[in-house]
Structures are given as C-alpha cells and as structure tokens.
Design a protein around this ligand. Structure first.
Ligand code: AR6
Length: 307
C-alpha cells in the first residue's frame, strides 16, 4: 500500500517521479511545469526525441513513457497523460491505466520507489475525492513490487486521500480485476505466454522446476497475482472451462497463495495442473488477451503448449 505525503513532487527523493504530462510531451503548468523548471532542459530534449521517434502522434492518454530526470533528485521521470474529467463519460479506466502503466514501466526500469502526483486532478478537472477512491482501490488490488508514495499538494487533498484509504475495503471486484488486466502491456502478456509454452510435462513432476518458477514470475509481473479473494468454489473441483477471466485470475492467485507462496509442497499446484484448472485458467486468459489485444498472446509457431 502506498505512503501518503503532502508536498511538492519535484522535491521527492525516489527512483521515479511521475509527471502529469500532455500528449504533446511539451512543458505546461502544474506538475508538468514544475518538473521541467526544476529538472532542466534535458527532460524536454528527451521528450522531443520521443516525439520524433516513438510518439510522432503524441503519447496516448493512459500510457506512460520514461525519460531522464535531469536535475531532479530521481533517476527517471515517467510521463503519463491523464484523461480530462467528463461528467457524461466514465473515463476511470484511463485514469487507472495511467497509474498501472507507470508502475509497470517503473518495475521494468528496475526502480524500487516511485512518487505519484494526483493525476488529472488539476487542469484536467478530476474530483480529488474520486481520484482518491480509484487510486486506493487500485493499490489494494494490483500487486506491485515498489515503494509507492502519493504526493498531494494541499492539506485538504491529503485529507481526502487519507479518508479514501481508510474507507477502502480489500474485496476486489471482478470489474477491478478486468481493469488491471486491460492496462497490462503486450510485452508482459507475451512473456507470460511464452513462459507457459516452455513448460513440459517433465517440469510438472515437481514444482521446484525452473520453467514453472519462471511462469509464476511472469504471472506475478503481469500482475496477475492480484490481491483478491478467491472463491471457495476453487477449493473443490469445478468445471475449469467455464471460468471467466476474473475467476481465472482468482484461481491463479489461490494457487500462488496456497502453494507457491508457502514454498510448495501442499500439492495445490500439482492438483490444479492435473485436474486441468490451471491450464484452463491460462487458456481463458489467452483468449481474453487475444480478443482485447490482438497479437499479444501469440503462440510460438511450432510449440505445443503443455499448459
Ligand atoms: N507537486 C505536487 N502536486 C502538484 C504540484 C507539485 N509541484 N503542482 C500541482 N500539483 P496538474 P492534470 C497538483 O494540473 O490535472 C499540465 O499543464 C495539483 O494541485 O499538474 O493531470 C499538463 O501540461 C493537482 O492536484 O495535472 C497537462 O496539459 C495535481 O497536482 C495538464 O496540465 C495535478 O494537477 C495535466 O493536468
């Protein structure tokens, strides 16, 4: 769970500082203006380069990209473009995606700590209380391996965040699981399914196998081992082919917690492989990813997957 502080984002000592950028990746007001002012011209130069190469049309809303942090007390700035608040359209998925994409990118960079401002709550008009609710829910559902600091500019915004954190119960809904999945980038899905494809039946004899460990590492990074409850139904046999994508994630979480997390030996992983439910859960995920991100779940040309 994140740490809450009141302060100026540009003064945070963290591996990553997140910027509330605009699609053009140009300097602006608010956090963005402060970051470019304090960070110096190196950040804008890196942004221009990105505009000339990867993001000719600009950085899409909900995505994140990293640059140098220039003179800031951080190693990287991650730029993310929040959605403009709308009273008529629910853009929460995009706001959550800004946070998730930034977190996943920070992990990929090897960062250990990250500081977020309250994305979209300034010029883009998102009500702070609602952003606090969404961010609290997200941080209690997705599993991240980073120290996360939420930096609020004013005492009243800090209070709203404190209230939201206190009010968050930790029962993650199916819709929230799907929201996390939707923000997972294609490279993580590909790595996961490739890892699953490399598992042979010999690997399944014991869970100490390197290939199985590797797959779990990728499940963890997806981050498919979410902080969710798992239904009691998974304790008993259940028609695995009828799993929804959220149930597939709950099942994987269950296997992780019951067996892998405990160092193995409980037989849950082996049992779920033999009764077909882990392969079915991965199959459900694959189909879901194939539908929502065509190409991301592509299987190797000749590999016949065991899982
Ligand atoms: N440190 C921490 N928080 C700050 C700081 C700071 N130095 N300055 C402002 N805030 P905003 P947005 C708070 O406007 O809504 C930019 O011009 C602020 O009180 O930075 O995502 C870009 O170029 C508010 O709660 O971001 C974009 O065009 C929060 O940070 C657009 O504005 C976010 O305010 C992005 O708008």
């Amino acid at each position: 769970m994140g740490e809450l502080v009141q302060g100026d984002i540009t003064e945070q000592r963290a591996d990553v500082i997140v910027n509330t950028a605009n699609s053009a990746l140009l300097s602006g007001g608010g956090v963005n203006g402060a970051i470019h002012r304090r960070g110096g011209p190196a950040i804008l130069a890196a942004c221009r380069e990105l505009r000339a190469s990867r993001y000719v049309k600009g950085l899409p809303v909900g995505e994140a990209v990293a640059t140098t942090a220039g003179n800031l007390p951080a190693r990287w700035v991650i730029h993310t473009v929040g959605p403009v608040y709308s009273q008529t359209e629910d853009r929460s998925d995009l706001l959550v995606s800004c946070y998730l994409r930034s977190l996943m990118l920070a992990e990929d960079l090897g960062a250990k700590s990250l500081a977020f401002p309250a994305i979209s709550t300034g010029l883009f008009g998102w009500p702070v209380a609602d952003s606090a609710r969404l961010v609290s829910r997200l941080l209690s559902s997705a599993r991240v391996n980073l120290d996360v600091r939420l930096v609020l500019f004013s005492a009243s915004d800090l209070r709203l965040y404190e209230e939201a954190l206190r009010a968050t119960d930790h029962r993650v809904t199916d819709a929230e699981i799907v929201r996390v999945l939707a923000a997972v980038p294609a490279n993580r899905w590909r790595a996961l399914f490739e890892a699953a494809d490399r598992i042979t039946s010999a690997d399944l004899e014991g869970i100490g196998s390197e290939a199985v460990e590797n797959m779990f590492r990728h499940l963890f990074r997806a981050p498919l081992v979410v902080r969710c409850d798992y239904s009691d139904a998974f304790r008993e046999g259940r028609r695995p082919e009828s799993l929804t994508v959220a149930e597939a994630v709950r099942l994987i979480t269950y296997i992780w917690r019951e067996d892998y997390w405990n160092g193995g030996g409980t037989g849950v992983l082996e049992g779920r492989i033999r009764d077909g439910s882990l392969p079915a859960a991965l199959g459900t995920l694959r189909r879901w990813v194939e539908r929502s991100q065509p190409g991301a779940a592509h299987e190797g040309p000749s590999q016949k997957s065991t899982l």
